[in-house]
Design a binder for this molecule. Structure first.
Ligand code: G3I
Ligand code: 9MR
Ligand code: ZN
Length: 587
């Protein structure tokens, strides 16, 4: 995205409305009728839109309190709904004074905008039964864009978004306990960098496989325009398979799984095929070389894959199951091997202080897939230690997968009635509190001030996933509504009025810390990628230029340099894919 990178004034999300991208200029010339002024950030809407039958709320955060609002048709400005704004509420997390505009009663399909006299107009949004179908397609298809080891081309839909086969040179790093070259292409680039990390692949791939397990009937016919499309396997599974095949190559003969495959250091902002650094299998530098967290995540994912792919490819399902069993056996003898970068290696760590949750997840998924006593027993002996993970504050993350372990036991109707009841009860109690907190938050999101960490947008998406899983265990409309509120936040109903997904919505963020987006010649970043989001920790030099006393939700820059707030990553996109799938019309 060379053009945009040169436009200094385009760096801040706060100013993005004024940015001169071709796309925005055309949008302003064509889409906005002469009688309406430009959209302004003080009015916050979900830029993808609102489901016809669900609550529809926009927010206004202006200096002077406003009173009324209208919703108008985008094509002619005709009033479709008018209402009153709520009294202002102070939101300490963003520092905004927020008024709500509720137009739930407007159920007519179409494209609209909000008009607030004395304030201005919003970006356009849609109302309809399937307003998130396009966003689902784009966020899921973004995994294809992250493919390593193969040429990728998002055209003709996104012409120019392509790269050649990359990272073709692989070798065992000294820290892996082996040496020599190997040939193991594949997998997804983790994020804005080109590394491949088993731990992060674990939660990401697991979340996507769960998306299939929970919402497959809605997804099985959705074409993602992949090289494999039309081969008889649903495209979501075709895409996931690309990463599973690489993960399988990360398992050593003794069953243990190496932590990551990356170069020794991060390359510059170049296209992946231009990165000629050797892609090393990296271990811990001493016996047993592999790491427990990677091996646990691997076992869990392969166990899920074995039940998911069985109807499509029994041989592959068997291969996954064998790999999962071997990984679990390794973990039983090596439960506490932590990963740390060895000397000379400076790529991502995904280091964890405790692999018990990964171990539990492996046992739970293997137990669900096979019903075998050994996995059931491990789960029942250990699950109680992790019950507090299903909690109202702090959902699952790459470092904590205990939730997934507990939920899969309940979703798979595990045999122990006491465990089942405990997990169901914990899930509902946590979801009740999250839903109540969401309603009380002036921006109606589940986020707490402490949740604005590195990758905070994935915290919002994972709250959404937590609520949808709780709903699957015990249906409750308030859980689904609260999940949707978090989606609205990610798609533009936030303090910046910015859609945090590239190329989704009329005012998306545009400068991700994403090497292909930074290095190519396209005017816009690669589509369907979720920004990491506000990070109160200000953990990079660009972010440290922001005032230290900014409220946490405001700690964000739409700046390529701001990697601690504006990178993209597979484990952030995956729960968004899950959440969006949950909104799609049941088929
Ligand atoms: O969880 C704690 C929280 O309790 C505490 O209050 C808060 C205060 O700062 O920190 C939270 O921990 C943060 C953690 O992310 C949360 O998951 C750490 O500060 C923060 O340093 C850590 O950042 C990780 C980052 O790598 C740096 O290690 C991100 O989770 C992780 O997503 C990110 O992953 C990178 C890979 O290494 C390389 N590839 C790109 C990828 C995305 O940026
Ligand atoms: O680009 C890297 C990003 O993917 C990582 O998440 C981040 C933290 O590990 O590091 C980025 O690389 C930066 C490096 O750590 C320090 N020099 C600047 C690099 C960004 O261009
Ligand atoms: Zn690659």
């Amino acid at each position: 995205m060379r053009l945009a990178a040169r436009r200094g004034s385009c760096q801040s999300g706060l100013k993005d409305a004024k940015c001169g991208s071709v796309r925005h200029i055309i949008a302003l010339l064509i889409a906005v009728p002469a009688f309406a002024a430009n959209p302004i950030t003080e009015i916050k809407v979900d830029q993808a839109g609102y489901l016809s039958g669900s609550p529809k709320v926009a927010f206004v955060a202006s200096k002077a309190a406003a009173t009324g609002f209208t919703v108008r048709a985008a094509k002619d400005g005709k009033v479709a709904f008018s209402g009153k704004l709520t009294a202002p509420a102070d939101d300490p997390d963003s520092g905004d004074r927020v008024q709500a505009a509720d137009f739930t009663k407007l159920a007519k399909s179409g494209t609209f905008y909000l008009d607030v006299p004395g304030v201005g107009r919003s970006w356009d949004f849609s109302i309809g039964p399937d307003v998130y179908a396009r966003a689902w397609y784009m966020t899921m298809r973004s995994f294809y864009g992250q493919r390593c080891g193969i040429a990728v081309d998002l055209g003709p839909e996104f012409p120019g978004y392509k790269h050649d086969a990359c990272h073709l040179e692989a070798a065992y790093h000294a820290s892996s306990g082996k040496n020599g070259r190997l040939l193991n292409l594949g997998g997804w680039h983790d994020a804005g960098d080109y590394g491949r990390y088993v731990v992060n692949s674990g939660i990401s791939t697991g979340t996507l496989l769960w998306t299939w397990e929970m919402f497959g009937s809605r997804l099985q016919n959705v074409k993602l325009n992949l090289p494999e499309s039309g081969n008889g396997t649903p495209d979501i599974l075709n895409e996931i398979r690309w990463n599973l095949d690489w993960m399988l190559t990360m398992q050593d003969q003794d069953g243990g799984v190496w932590h990551k495959q990356t170069s020794e250091k991060f390359c510059g902002f170049i296209m992946p095929e231009a990165d000629k650094l050797v892609s090393y299998i990296i271990g811990i530098g001493k016996e047993p070389y592999k790491s427990s967290c990677a091996t646990g995540d691997f076992a869990a994912v392969m166990a899920i894959a074995s039940r998911v792919y069985r109807p499509f490819n029994a041989a592959f399902a068997e291969k996954c199951l064998r790999a999962a069993r071997q990984a679990f056996a390794w973990l039983e003898t090596n439960p506490g091997v932590m990963f740390e970068n060895s000397a000379g290696v400076s790529t991502g760590g995904y280091g964890d202080r405790n692999c018990g949750d990964e171990h539990l997840w492996a046992a739970a998924e293997l137990g669900r897939t096979t019903g075998d006593e050994i996995y059931q027993r491990y789960f029942l002996e250990h699950y109680a230690e992790y019950r507090s993970s299903v909690r109202p504050a702090g959902p699952q993350s790459w470092a904590n997968v205990a939730n997934l372990a507990l939920w899969t036991y309940a979703l798979g109707r595990g045999k122990n009635a006491e465990a089942l009841a405990a997990i169901r009860q914990d899930s509902a109690a946590a979801a009740d509190q999250i839903a109540a907190r969401t309603t009380a938050n002036p921006y109606r999101i589940s986020m707490t001030a402490r949740d604005y960490i590195w990758g905070s947008n994935s915290v919002a998406a994972n709250y959404g996933m937590q609520l949808l899983v709780a709903n699957a265990l015990q249906p409750n409309a308030s859980y689904v509504e609260a999940a949707l509120e978090n989606l609205h936040y990610l798609l533009g109903r936030n303090t910046f009025s910015l859609s945090f997904v590239t190329q989704v919505g009329a005012n998306p963020f545009r400068h991700p810390h994403h090497r292909p987006s930074g290095a190519d010649n396209n005017p816009e970043p690669w589509p369907g990628l979720l920004s990491g989001g506000p990070n109160r920790g200000r953990q990079d030099p660009a972010m440290r230029k922001l005032p230290a006393d900014l409220p946490p939700a405001k700690m964000y820059l739409d700046d390529q340099e701001a990697y601690s707030a504006n990178e993209v990553a597979i484990n952030w996109n995956a729960p968004l894919v899950f959440l969006l799938a949950g909104t799609l019309a049941a088929k």
